[in-house]
Design a protein. Sequence first.
Length: 240
Amino acid sequence: MKKNAFILVFLVMISTCTFGQSLQIVYECKLINHTDLPPELHDLKKIIRYSLTISKGVSFLSRDSVMLISKPTKKFSSFCYYDHIYKNYNEDQWVRTSAEFKEGFGVRRKISEINKNGDYQWKIADEKKIIAGAECIKAESPKGHTAWYAPGLPYADGPKFGIFNLPGLVLHYETPYEIWIAKDIYVGHVKVPVPPDGLQMVSREDAVRLSYGEVTQLVPQKAVLINNNTPLNTWIITPE
């Protein structure tokens, strides 16, 4: 019974993504927990802007720019590099490429497998609110994650990795570590990029992820250096 229900949900996801309008959504992501940083860097705060384009059953999420809100007095450096996620619901394919990966490699998985093996069993709440002009409904997971999805935008997609298995586009996603929220929604004709030709595909990101030392060797066209000299409150375009 559960298997049949999952198949039905996935078919609905494909149909809504295929026949809905074309959209472009601008998200901003803010880190809210710095447990992975040493205490002296907890004053480092930034916002990362992403764009999600959706059309005819395919979508593309790209990291567009970064802005420092505050920075520590202690010397620091980090990198902001391109990160792309392609989804093709018509072919049940999810592909990620990134400057964080070895040259010429991509990570490919099946959307249906990501959904089926997902950690989230969403519980729909009664709360509603307007986000970027769209009415959204709250959904919560046992892991403490919250998603606000727009049933009036019937796309099975959203920010971050984009797989939520909810009956509408996720416009606000919050975990104990980060907040993603849609700032603008544009309706119209958009062209969705496809993964580059000739990529060698793997199923695990750790198989192709570069070390920090290797990332520091990337040319400026692939990674932007963020440090104490980076101006505050200024959007910095990330490489593509």
